[in-house]
Design a protein around this ligand. Structure first.
Ligand code: AMP
Length: 205
């Protein structure tokens, strides 16, 4: 299975992604973790993106797309399945990442959309801030990340809907309930994975 996770910060993409990837035995591509790892190792890329991460801003597309290309190439070598969490975050990234994925024969079979309200997300993210001390989990930066999600990421959901690969679930329930619903829906789609007709895979304009 090749799966994209879409949802606002705090909706549970990490938790659900880990459960779903374990169920289908596929590697996870977690853009935020890959970037944070570069920051921790003080690589050139890490130095280039640290300010963006700290402010809750999106890092430039060319950097993200490079990271995606490398990760998809590694996933292809490891068997072809993957679960991507964090990319795409903008319509431009969605189109560009789709092109790269098609080129590599790795375009997604399904996009899983986790729905949750802003008040609940703010509550969860502030709770996580107390536990993890992430540099981008302050109230002000969280508000900014949620605004960015509504402005630039949310429109992608409709695009996957038009392409016929969207599974949308209410993520404001206990994690176990959400993952059971998602995995059941994906199991139904599994026989179709890799057989989505060409017309349905073409990006909407
Ligand atoms: P996350 O852990 O997914 O919330 O991502 C943390 C931060 O990494 C974001 O606030 C951005 O600064 C950066 N980031 C992650 N994914 C992307 C992306 N697809 N495009 C641009 N920036 C990203």
């Amino acid at each position: 299975m090749r799966i994209l996770m879409i949802g606002p910060p705090g909706a549970g993409k990490g938790t659900q992604g880990a459960l779903i990837a374990a169920h289908f035995d596929i590697p996870r591509i977690v853009a935020g973790d890959l970037l944070r790892d570069h920051v921790a190792r003080r690589t050139d890329l890490g130095r280039a993106v640290q300010g963006h991460l700290d402010r809750g801003e999106l890092v430039p597309d060319e950097i993200i797309l490079d990271v995606v290309r490398q990760a998809l190439t590694a996933a292809r070598a490891a068997g072809g399945g993957y679960l991507s969490d964090g990319v795409p975050r903008t319509m431009a990234q969605a189109r560009a990442a789709y092109k790269i994925a098609v080129e590599l024969g790795m375009s997604a079979d399904v996009a899983v959309h986790l729905r949750a309200g802003d008040n609940e997300l703010m509550r969860r993210l502030l709770a996580r801030a107390a536990l993890e001390h992430r540099s981008d989990d302050t109230a002000e930066v969280i508000r900014h990340r949620l605004e960015l999600y509504h402005q630039v990421t949310q429109p992608i959901v409709a695009w996957y809907g038009q392409r016929g690969i969207l599974v949308s679930v209410d993520a404001m329930r206990p994690a176990g309930e959400v993952s059971r619903e998602v995995i059941a829906a994906l199991e139904l789609m599994r026989p179709l994975a890799g057989h989505i007709p060409t017309w349905a895979r073409r990006p909407a304009t």
